[in-house]
Write a protein that binds this ligand. Sequence first.
Ligand code: PLP
Length: 283
Amino acid sequence: MNPLAHDLNSAIAAVNPQVLEMLSPLGRELYFPKGILTQSAEAKQLARRYNATIGTAMENGVAMNLPSVMMHLGDVSANDALLYAPSPGMQALRDEWTKKLLIDNPDLRGVGISVPVVTTGLTHGLSVIGDLFMEAGDVLLLPDMMWENYNLIFALRRQVEIRQYNGLRDGGLDLDAFRQALTAACAERKKVVVLLNFPNNPTGYSATEAEGQALAAALTAAAAGGTNIVVLIDDAYYGLFFDERIMKQSIFTKLATAHPRLLAIKADAATKEVYVWGLQSAS
Ligand SMILES: Cc1ncc(COP(=O)(O)O)c(C=O)c1O
């Protein structure tokens, strides 16, 4: 294992050893190379004449640019539009998305959540989460009605075993079916991954406040029982709420601090929330 990955794992274990257990073998091996980034940061501070650390062309401190490109970018500066962004995304965007999260989900105020990482759309975000937390043979619980691309992202790509339970009954969530599926998976596995998607694609169903509490209670009890629970929350359609009884905050708010053995991961995106399907920016 690369010493940088080793250090990162030690840092995670020092805060929460269960999270280290939840990482896939690939997730444990991943690290961020220090070379080019450290050198670039040093060059920014110290280089007097040339910065030859990264392959970008500069002219008088501004990214070299073509007018035929810039004329389409409105008031976005050449440096913002054309230079490499840091790999977790531009800090200003991450900070703005954090502010938006706290406005939409006031229960998260004061809660220790990480700053969102920018991905190229939700699909990419889900795929990165799959790489980090899922390995061949892991169990992923999903309702019978689900976005079909989960098959590609998780079952095909990560070789995860998707187990489906009955999602809806009598006009609401089939909570019994969910609890049974969770209990059965926990009885045989040390780690179980659960994906929640509200409003749901394809049914459009969104959990009520009471149903959200029941789901959170079941997941917390499963974690308290000794199974590592990774809850992946796909909030692709967040905000499309047309009924007074449904949860207005993400179910992430009920899970973020529920139990040390429960890791809640929120994946959300501008894609559908603000009708920008082609922009493909998500957190
Ligand atoms: C439930 C769900 N998650 C994720 C996505 C993908 O979102 P994006 O286009 O941002 O990759 C979709 C798109 O249809 C979806 O329905």
